[in-house]
Design a protein around this ligand. Structure first.
Ligand code: RIB
Length: 310
């Protein structure tokens, strides 16, 4: 490809309020935590920044509040080279915020106060149509209103744009949405929520994925954390292992994976190669603190894959 691949992300933009703690507290329990930091986040914004750092021309369709967090998030996206033409501001709600606890093993729990993200409408998508129909890949998550995601995914699909849906946070999905998806990227928990099927073994994961193919999804790539990912298509399935790394913070690992998958598919790479690229990006992401700030750059991913001289 002699131009940058074009990725359009429709999704959320948050400011993350993060506290490190020895462990995740139980219900009703107070514990003393460690360091606190704030940073840019939101699955949509993380994926947009991740794709930009990996070399894509990225447009972002999102809604922020008219507040200091919105200013901070917009300035960060601009610094990262993400196109802001379709990032709108509203006075009706605050910029989205995520409350995150990360334990000593790097595992996290997250609660999102959606705020302005919940105000992203189908009309906003209509006014962003040049970015959607002109993309190589359109990338979605589920931190935006479902009706908006369905509308945008249908628009992209109708224009022949490859649609990737990262179904996070997990929930049951409408058949209307599944039918628009070229590549669905659940983790194991999300897979269970979407299909209602047991996914404790690779065989179970594959049969849950096949149930989604039967509903019109083009391919299912199930992320398996440190174990890598399983890609399931009508032609067969391939397990793609991940590199072992020292985990600091798993927040945003799925976002790094989806950003890299989107860039590789937008470049025309075969699915299994794209999954290997995405595994490497996610492995690097978890070696640093934070969501968007930890997104890896292209050279780091290629170095991990041993491709720096190719
Ligand atoms: O995937 C990680 C992200 O989930 C965080 O940045 C947080 O904002 C939530 O959207």
């Amino acid at each position: 490809m002699d131009r940058k691949p074009k990725v359009t992300v429709v999704g959320s933009c948050n400011i993350d309020l993060v506290v490190r703690a020895p462990r995740i507290p139980a219900a009703g329990e107070t514990i003393l935590g460690g360091p606190f930091f704030t940073g840019p986040g939101g699955k949509g914004a993380n994926q947009a920044i991740g794709a930009a750092r990996l070399g894509a021309d990225v447009a972002f369709v999102a809604k922020l509040g008219r507040d200091a967090f919105g200013d901070q998030a917009a300035a960060n996206l601009e610094r990262e080279g993400v196109r802001l033409d379709y990032v709108q501001r509203t006075a009706k709600a605050a910029t989205g915020v995520a409350f995150i606890v990360v334990d000593d093993a790097g595992e996290n729990t997250i609660i999102v106060a959606s705020g302005a993200n919940a105000q992203l409408t189908s009309a906003d998508v209509d006014s962003s149509s040049p970015a959607l129909v002109g993309a190589d890949v359109a990338l979605f998550q589920l931190e935006s209103p479902l009706a908006t995601v369905i509308h945008a995914a249908s628009m992209a699909r109708a224009a022949g744009v490859k649609v990737i849906l990262n179904p996070a946070p997990g929930r049951r999905l409408e058949p209307e949405l599944l039918a628009t998806v070229d590549v669905l990227t659940p983790n194991e928990t999300e897979m269970q929520l979407i299909t209602g099927m047991l996914v404790e073994t690779l065989v179970q994961v594959e049969s849950a994925a096949r149930s989604l193919l039967a509903q019109g999804v083009g391919a299912v790539v199930v992320t398996l954390g440190a174990k890598g990912a399983l890609a399931v298509t009508p032609a067969g399935s391939r397990y793609v292992p991940a590199d072992e790394v020292a985990v600091v913070d798993t927040t945003g690992a799925g976002d790094a994976f989806n950003a890299a998958l989107a860039v590789a598919l937008a470049e025309g790479q075969p699915l299994v190669d794209a999954v290997a690229f995405a595994n490497a990006a996610a492995a690097l992401q978890v070696t640093k603190n934070g969501a968007a700030p930890a997104m890896p750059r292209r050279a780091e991913v290629e170095a991990l894959m041993g491709k720096e001289n190719i």
